[in-house]
Design a protein around this ligand. Structure first.
Ligand code: PGA
Length: 258
């Protein structure tokens, strides 16, 4: 539920878009709450230099898994696509936990529910940003299996040739939010290789060559470079630092120069 208020969302968005007019190789996707999406699209279209920036896109933070019907209060992928949204975050760790409930009634969205959302997003021509990540690390490396299960179950039944649309955000839950410490770039590097191996075993190396694996969890202007260089991250899912135009711009520029 950030930023607080449409005016602040517009201000932040305009400021970042203006400052990245020379960015050529980095794609920047803004994923605000639903109610700001249409507003931001209009701000973007109204900017004189928009034609120079081809790499700015809009994403949503969630979608419902049914395409249409009597589901009061829900928003479908088609509805998002219709207003110009092209990306959607699916299975963010905050949604995988209470207070959100799942299909089975347990706390948080399950892999099954997230899998339905993945299918629904792809059907609506949205590029899903699938979030995975363990809650904690253990010496016996059980966390690797935890992440593997998330990936395998959330991508179950996804056609091979849809995989080029999929972005995987590895976001260890312990690294997200106020007071958390980011992962070490080497920890990300290990996960990056591990995730590629899971995907390659499931879909074939050729079909996953375009899948981007990005890092999320306390990303800032200082640690971004190492995640790119050492961790070989394809990008970032930025939370708090994206709410400060200057900090967010720095992360974008670091990504551009790598
Ligand atoms: P953070 O959030 O960058 O503030 O840790 C990441 C996220 O919410 O996915």
């Amino acid at each position: 539920m950030n930023p607080e208020g449409g005016k602040e969302a517009e201000r932040l968005f305009s400021s970042v878009v203006k400052s990245i007019s020379d960015v050529k190789n980095t794609e920047v996707i803004f994923c605000p709450p639903f109610v700001y999406l249409d507003k931001l699209k209009k701000v973007y279209l109204g900017q004189s230099h928009t034609s120079e920036i081809k790499k700015v896109g809009l994403g949503a933070q969630n979608l419902f898994f049914e395409d249409s019907g009597a589901y009061t209060g829900e928003i479908s992928g088609e509805m998002l696509y219709d207003i110009g949204v092209r990306y959607v975050i699916v299975g963010h760790s905050e949604r995988r936990n209470p207070p959100f409930s799942s299909l089975g009634g347990a706390g948080g969205e399950s892999n099954l529910e997230i899998n339905k959302k993945m299918k629904s997003a792809l059907k609506a021509r949205l590029r899903p940003i699938l979030c995975v990540g363990e809650k904690e690390r253990d010496e016996n490396h059980k966390y690797l299996n935890f992440v593997k299960t998330q990936i395998v179950e959330c991508l179950d039944g996804i056609p091979k040739d849809s995989m080029r649309e999929v972005i995987i955000a590895y976001e260890p839950v312990w690294a997200i939010g106020k007071g958390a410490v980011p992962a070490n770039p080497l920890e990300f590097q290990e996960m990056n290789i591990f995730i590629k191996k899971i995907l390659s075993d499931k879909f074939g190396a050729k079909n996953i060559s375009k899948v981007r694996i990005i890092y999320g969890g306390s990303v800032d202007a200082k640690n971004a470079e190492e995640f790119l260089k050492i961790g070989q991250a394809d990008g970032f899912l930025v939370g708090r630092a994206s709410l400060d135009a200057k900090k967010f711009e720095k992360i974008i520029k670091t990504t551009e120069s790598e």
